[in-house]
Ligand binder design. Sequence first.
Ligand SMILES: O=C(O)c1ccccc1N[C@@H]1O[C@H](COP(=O)(O)O)[C@@H](O)[C@H]1O
Length: 212
Amino acid sequence: MSTPCPRTRIKFCGLTRQADIAHAVALGVDALGFVMWPQSKRAISVDTLAMLAAEVPAFVTRVGLFVDADPALIEQCAPYLDLLQFHGSEPPADCARYNMAWIKALRMRDDVDLHREAERYRAASALLLDAYRPGVPGGTGETFDWSRIPAALAKPVILAGGLTPDNIGHAIHQVAPYAVDVSGGIEAFPGGKDTAKMAAFVHQVAAANQPR
Ligand SMILES: O=C(O)c1ccccc1N[C@@H]1O[C@H](COP(=O)(O)O)[C@@H](O)[C@H]1O
């Protein structure tokens, strides 16, 4: 029997509208991210999170994105989420205090040591690697040098940062990540997804997963 080809999991982030969720689910997207950082142009309220989370069927992961958030906000959101995404400078103990699965975003500053971070955040379900821009926690729409990602890292890698339907095939072939995360690259406007770009992204991931 031949070895099955690995399937790159897909997370769409920055969902704010029911119609975009329905389209993402129909495309077979694995995880949907909700930005709970109030300064983001994609931020939603807890009430909107509750409404949108109810639209997500079983086996699609609802991810809450937080940036150095007040624990009270995370606790309020937790009933509507399956996974926490920490996108600030949260230390491991702060990520682990909610009795929920979590991932840690790391911004790829020049001096980041991914092996060291993988050891430090060993309780994370995965590490999400994003571009670094000073003063901005994420969602910049910028890529980083993917060759900086070591082939053997102790944690699954979620590749993020400036991914689009045009570059995702190349990214998967070069990095072979566990999953990919996209926000700006499938948007029509901040917080609103473009149905054609969503479909193109998913199709490009599927194409990159075909044996060559
Ligand atoms: O989307 C945001 O507004 C955001 C704000 C603060 C931290 C992270 C944010 N988004 C995440 O950033 C990466 C890359 O996004 P993009 O594809 O480059 O737009 C992704 O994980 C988003 O979920």
